[in-house]
Structure formats: structure tokens, C-alpha cells
Ligand binder design. Sequence first.
Ligand SMILES: Cc1cc2nc3c(=O)[nH]c(=O)nc-3n(C[C@H](O)[C@H](O)[C@H](O)COP(=O)(O)OP(=O)(O)OC[C@H]3O[C@@H](n4cnc5c(N)ncnc54)[C@H](O)[C@@H]3O)c2cc1C
Length: 391
Amino acid sequence: MGAQQSSVNDVHVVVVGGGFGGITAAQHLKSQGLKFTLIDMRDAFHHNVAALRASVQPGFAQRTFIPYAETFGDSFVQGRVDRVDTARQTVCLQGGTEMFFSHLILCTGTDGSFPGKYNTVASYHTAIQTYENLVKQIQAADSVLVVGGGASGVEMAAEIKTEYPEKKVVLVHSRIGLADPELLPSVRQEAKEVLLRKGVELLLGHKVNSLSELRLNKTHKNTVVTTDKGETLITELVINCSGLRINSEAYKEELSGCMSNSGALKVNQHLQVLGFTNIFAIGDCADIKEPKMAYHAQLHASVAVNNIICGLSGKQLTSYHTGNVTMLLAMGRDDGVGQFNAVKLPRFLVVLGKSRDLLLWKSWREMGQKYTHTEINTDTPDAVEEIHCEN
Ligand SMILES: Cc1cc2nc3c(=O)[nH]c(=O)nc-3n(C[C@H](O)[C@H](O)[C@H](O)COP(=O)(O)OP(=O)(O)OC[C@H]3O[C@@H](n4cnc5c(N)ncnc54)[C@H](O)[C@@H]3O)c2cc1C
């Protein structure tokens, strides 16, 4: 099935989801002068790559949220897409608003536990406040238990121990190997060694019992956590870094026939959803056999927008090819491990390339904005005092 438009003037690209994939697609569309609307449930882009630093460093969170409206003006609409109607070429927003699309780019990403993810309908200030509240909870706890030893859990444990070396930090992981299985074994081993050197205690091959019943992100003395192998741990704070799932709510009714078991959309090499020429899926919600990464979402966005333009001008479409894995893990601001194009990197290069700033500069640049510090009184959420000092 294809787009119903007779000329470029009839083009209206709707981008659902303003994560890494969505903002990159929107910026390409803007620079090409194509009419588009970016829809996200929040009012600010979340650079969640830095979400874990924002959980430990007071005042850091506001650097991780970048308001959409300043960049995209009226081409940004805040709202949650409930449904897609492929026959009528509309997306339906919560509340009943419908929006026509000639082309649709779906990039609804993944959801997961706070603090790694913050997929909540909330204002910019509430979002920042929520991270500042977690900083206070971590500061108040003498011991922290991090659940999940994937990339997020490894980074979280390292961030806490770097900022607060005196705290006891335990990382519990259901498997023996830490971080992503796509990483070189030597990189995964180095991640483990860095954690041990920082003083993180590891409990590997253990699954935490009844995780959904534990009180997360709130300091509470003598919290008892048990594991499936019979271990009992006493801690003051539990942070969950496990369990990402695809955000398929917007399209699961209409596109269920194109979904994999995980909820991701099956796409061809041009990133078109199977059976459609005018609907694309990019980023975490595209069913592509590669690690779910911001870096990949941005590469997908370029291919999808380029293919919309090629389709309009009758040119041959470009294809997306997965490359060798490039992945950097920030292990606190002073350490990190990773690989570039399947070659292990020296740790100092990861620190320079990622750990110090967590690539925040890149997102602010891509959004065409300059970070302006706003003093937020974190004791009284409503009191916000502006002091402009450019970074
Ligand atoms: C803690 C952490 C650290 C990470 N570090 C790195 C890293 O260093 N490098 C890297 O490359 N990757 C990293 N990743 C992975 C990276 O964050 C994701 O791969 C990336 O965010 C995917 O981008 P996306 O655009 O597909 O989706 P997302 O970033 O998940 O964005 C989806 C957007 O869609 C919106 N949305 C969802 N459903 C709807 C709806 N129905 N209506 C309206 N809006 C909707 C959401 O509000 C959200 O803004 C990290 C992930 C985590 C959790």
C-alpha cells in the first residue's frame, strides 16, 4: 500500500515519537523543507543516555531534557497516539484529534523502569524534579541494590559508586555475563573488572524474587531482597535496571500482522513496514537484528527520510545495513569500556568520547539549542528561579 498524494505540496510526514530516531527524522525533514508533524507525549526530548548520571548528580537532570517546541515550533504536537488508521491515513491522538499523513514514521521506542527510562506524560519541570528526587534518595541511602546487569545496570552501579564511593552497592544479575551479549567477551570482562575495582559487589546468576512487590527508588532501612538461589540481602534502596519492552500501543491494533512477538514492527531493507510503501519504522520499535541503540535509531532516521524523498522523486530507494557493533559503556564520569566497529577501545578513549559528557553536547547541537541553566528549587517543585548562564 502506498501514499495518497499527488504532489510534494500534499506531503505531510507524521513522526510518532520524539526519541533519538524521531528528532533526527524531524530535523532531516525540516532541513529538506518537507511538511511534517512530530508527535510525542512529553514536551521535551529526553537524552536518556545520560539518565543514570542525572540520578546521582544534583542539578544534572535539566541538561538531559530539551524542549521540542523551541526547535520544531508548530511542527511539534504534544499528545499520545492511540491508534493508526492505515486506510484513512490518519493517526488518532488521545482525546480524539485525528491527523492525516501522506507518510508515517513510527519511532515509539521502548519503555522500561525509571530511571533508565522516563516515558511518562509529564512536564519538563516535573521530569527534572523526579530525577532530583532520586538523587536525594540515593544520597540518603547507605546501601543500594541495582537489579539487572545489562548495559543500564552496569552503568548505574558504576555511576553510584563513582559519585558516592562510601556507599555499599550490590549489582544482582540473572546471568553470569554482564552487559550486552553483542559486546566482545573482552569488553564484558573489562566492565566486570572496572565494577570490582570501584568496589561494586556482584551477585551473578541470581534472579531477584517478586521484583514487582519491592518498593523501588525510595530509601527504606532494612529492605529484605531474596533471590531464586536462596540468597537474602538487606539494603536501603532498590533500583531496577532490567526489563525493556517495545512501545507498541500506538500501532498494535492496526499493524498486528506486521509485528514480531516482541511488539517490534517488521521492516524491509528500506525500513518500510512490511506491506506498506509510505509507513516506516525506525529505532527500537523496528524489528532489526542489532542492539537497540540511539546511534542505530539515528542511522535509521536518515534512511527513512531519504527514502521518502527518493519515493517522491521516483529515485531508487536506499537500504539499511547493520554494521559491526560500536558500543560505549560509561562507567562513571572517570571510566568506561567499549568497542568501535568490533575493535576493543582503550578505556581513556571511552572516557573522552562518552563518559565525561555522555554525548549531551550532540543532542543539544542536533536540536539546534544552547543549554541554559535554570536554577530549580528541588525542595519546592513549583519554585523555579531563572538564572541564565550559557554553557
Ligand atoms: C539508561 C540507558 C542508556 C543508554 N545508553 C545508550 C548509549 O550510550 N548509546 C546508544 O546508542 N544507546 C543507548 N541507549 C539505548 C537508546 O536509549 C535507545 O536505543 C534509543 O533511545 C532508541 O531511540 P528511539 O527513538 O527508537 O526511541 P526512544 O528514545 O525510546 O523514544 C521513543 C519516544 O516515543 C514517545 N512515544 C512512545 N509511544 C508514544 C505514543 N503512543 N504517542 C506519542 N509518543 C510516544 C516516547 O515519549 C519517547 O519520547 C541507552 C538506553 C538506556 C535505557
